[in-house]
Write a protein that binds this ligand. Structure first.
Ligand SMILES: [Zn+2]
Length: 377
């Protein structure tokens, strides 16, 4: 057995886990949908075996098809789980090409898994957290041709670009990297992803928050709140969240208005006004004179970035913002335990397929666990 693969993961039951996934109605549906396309590639292996190898790659946290095929070939229980015969590495490459062509079928499969997870736990996806994370390219990422030399013009992955790690991340520090970013909306209660998007690293994360909210909505998630870090604190993102019926939970960026104190609650001769509830339909929050001696004693303040409907001073805001940790935790798990990294494919379409298959394996495993026990992240 491949020693690296063996040491990284391999829960004893991985082969039976793989069989359970392949037998689940959601994954079996994908196999069936792919069969119905009457793919006319060279005669290969049964689609169940191909989907099985793709899932094994993530379950065993193996970066390449070559090593995955080598593992399945030598592992009797795994080979049995996928139907008895192990496909060749070339068949795996051809299968990956087919999946890129039929990405809509893969999308439907992911949507079915998410729908099932939501049926198991209605609070799944009610509070979301959105963030982006770096995916360094499988390419020469040396920015300069030599020390103090000219910047490199050609890279082995032309879709990748230089980007910055999140400026507000305190854990790894900033710094540039060459590659892609995965932007994701994650359920803050279960840590499971509900929508994601891979883009070249240069693209700024705030450009994708709205698309992720829409993708989550298309998959049936009506998020009541969305937590994001300070990098997303713009009027446009606040408005986009509110327009989709989701309260934005975003720390305040020190803009000139904030320095002027425009975000502070109203004040009067009786003191600082207090928050008295908000009305999402009206798009405003009610604030009240502390003694009630003003006339009127309360007034509505329209929601915006400086005055969100869930005020930043409130307990609820603080508790919801803690949920933002879910998205960082999930990126870590996907990268370290499910082989989202290191990338061993080039080109954005291949990187997107890799991310989709990795996250599908993770979600389908979580669903399998709900069928036998509690939902685990
Ligand atoms: Zn007053």
């Amino acid at each position: 057995m491949d020693s690296k693969a063996g040491s990284t993961v391999a829960p004893r039951s991985a082969a039976s886990e793989l069989r359970v996934l392949l037998d689940s109605p959601e994954i079996a549906g994908l196999v069936c949908d792919l069969a119905n396309t009457r793919w006319t590639g060279r005669p290969g292996y049964p689609l169940r075996a191909m989907v099985g190898v793709a899932l094994a790659k993530s379950l065993y946290s193996i970066p390449t098809w070559t090593r995955t095929v080598a593992l399945v070939r030598e592992h009797d229980a795994l080979r049995e789980a996928i139907g008895g015969e192990c496909p060749s590495v070339y068949a795996a490459y051809r299968f990956a090409a087919k999946l890129r062509v039929y990405s809509d079928l893969l999308d439907s499969c992911i949507a079915r898994v998410l729908e099932r997870l939501r049926a198991e736990r209605p609070e799944f996806g009610r509070d979301l957290a959105i963030d982006a994370s770096d995916l360094p390219a499988y390419a020469n990422g040396q920015r300069y041709l030599s020390k103090n030399g000219p910047e490199r013009k050609r890279y082995s992955d032309p879709d990748a670009s230089w980007g910055h790690r999140s400026a507000v991340s305190t854990r790894k520090g900033g710094g540039g990297f060459y590659g892609f970013k995965v932007h994701a909306a994650v359920c803050a209660r279960t840590d499971l992803p509900v929508a994601w998007q891979v883009e070249t690293a240069r693209a700024h994360e705030s450009s994708f928050a709205t698309a992720l909210l829409d993708a989550a909505k298309d998959r049936g998630f009506a998020a009541e709140t969305t937590a994001l870090d300070m990098g997303y604190d713009t009027e446009a993102i606040h408005a986009a969240c509110e327009a989709r019926g989701s309260r934005p939970i975003i720390p305040l960026k020190q803009t000139p208005g904030v320095k002027r104190g425009d975000h502070r609650p109203p004040e009067c001769e009786h003191g600082t006004w207090t928050f008295a509830g908000s009305d999402p339909a009206r798009g405003a929050a009610k604030w009240r004179c502390p003694t009630g001696d003003c006339s009127p004693a309360s007034r509505w303040i329209k929601a915006d970035r400086l005055h969100p409907l869930v005020p930043r001073e409130s307990k609820r805001w603080k508790s919801l913002y803690r949920g933002r940790g879910s998205v960082e935790r999930e990126f870590g798990r996907l990268k370290n335990e499910w082989a989202l990294l290191p990338l061993r494919v080039r080109g954005i379409e291949r990187v997107r397929l890799h991310a989709d298959l990795t996250i599908l394996a993770k979600l389908a495993s979580a669903l399998a666990k709900t069928r036998t026990g509690p939902l685990l992240a």
